[in-house]
Design a protein around this ligand. Structure first.
Ligand code: GDP
Length: 304
């Protein structure tokens, strides 16, 4: 089996080329001056790092160059790696699962196609391998196919699933699932939710309702809301994350499809603009293609 860092490095190869590849070509044998900083700014923006994080990085380069008297363009990569690590480390990582307050309930939200179902399957396997008792609640009762798909992942990861008929009230299914998870002493309940209703406000209202109902069913436990974001959509991912977090208050993000995309810089934008921790990253379609997000390794895989 490939070691996790090697897998991360391979998955981020296109993002790295988009960032480090272009930067290396620009900084070689240059002096750090306004012209070079403009070119670096352009590369960062094009690599989906986002305007805010890009400005912070450029300011950091300017200040450091002044402070240390460095004028060598070749120093730029190390300075960027340092500040990118700082940006992605800043949002405090939410606790994975608090053993003292069982079950932990994770509402998994995000738009259809982003990788919710696959990620729930991966998370179920991840937590099971860590010795946790996992259950899944299939609450996307809006689409019959969604329940079938999640049931396949539950089978693959060998965990129990609570499902209901198409069209039933998702909040009621979630409530029943919490009760079942409590009765069966589960450590964690992963709740799949709908990714599209007739309107965006309907969807947000439904998610809020599920959260409220789960909170009531679980006075002693913890309810987290994890947003699944498709990393290959670049800046759209940031806009989407903002809509969800403003409406329902997510406490962690899972960025999927970082393998094969050149837009992985979006993680830096998410950390800077939303201040939300990235808990896990998705690096493929397989059941083991999930890793806890490690800021230092991410920066190293991108810029060295
Ligand atoms: P949902 O509609 O949000 O439940 O999304 P799905 O879980 O059905 O995923 C949509 C598509 O994205 C499927 O073809 C998945 O195999 C694919 N997918 C999900 N996560 C990843 C990932 O981390 N990497 C890659 N390459 N594909 C992924």
């Amino acid at each position: 089996m490939t070691n996790p860092f090697e897998k991360l490095r391979q998955s981020l190869v296109r993002t790295k080329e988009n960032l480090l590849g272009k930067l290396s070509r620009v900084v070689a044998r240059r002096r750090i001056d306004d012209e070079l900083l403009d070119e670096i700014e352009q590369i960062l923006i094009e690599a989906d790092v986002g305007v805010k994080a890009t400005m912070r990085l450029i300011d950091h380069l300017r200040e450091k160059a002044k402070e240390t008297g460095t004028s060598e363009g070749d120093e730029v990569i190390a300075l960027l790696r340092e500040e990118i690590t700082a940006i992605v480390t800043r949002p405090v990582r939410s606790a994975t699962v608090d053993d003292s307050r069982q079950p932990a309930v994770w509402l998994i939200v995000g738009v259809n196609g982003g990788g919710k179902t696959t990620t729930i399957g991966k998370l179920a396997t991840w937590f099971s391998s860590a010795g946790k008792k996992v259950m899944i609640a299939a609450c996307d009762t809006f689409r019959a196919a969604a329940v079938d798909q999640i049931a396949i992942w539950a089978e693959r990861s060998r965990v129990d699933i609570i499902k209901a008929a198409e069209g039933s009230d998702p909040a009621a299914v979630a409530y029943d699932a919490v009760q079942a998870a409590t009765a069966r002493s589960a450590d964690i309940l992963l709740v799949d939710t709908a990714g599209r209703l007739h309107t965006k406000s309907n969807l947000m209202e439904e998610l809020k309702k599920i959260r409220r109902v789960v909170g009531k069913a679980l006075p002693q436990g913890t309810v987290s809301c994890k947003l699944i974001i498709d990393g290959s959509t670049g800046q759209n991912a940031v806009a989407q994350a903002r809509v969800f977090t403003e409406a329902i208050g997510c406490d962690g993000i899972i960025v999927t499809k970082l393998d094969g995309t050149a837009k992985g810089g979006v993680i830096i934008a998410i950390a800077e603009e939303l201040g939300l921790p990235v808990d896990f990253i998705g690096l493929g379609e397989g059941i083991d293609d999930l890793q806890p997000f490690d800021p230092g390794q991410f920066a190293r895989a991108l810029l060295s």
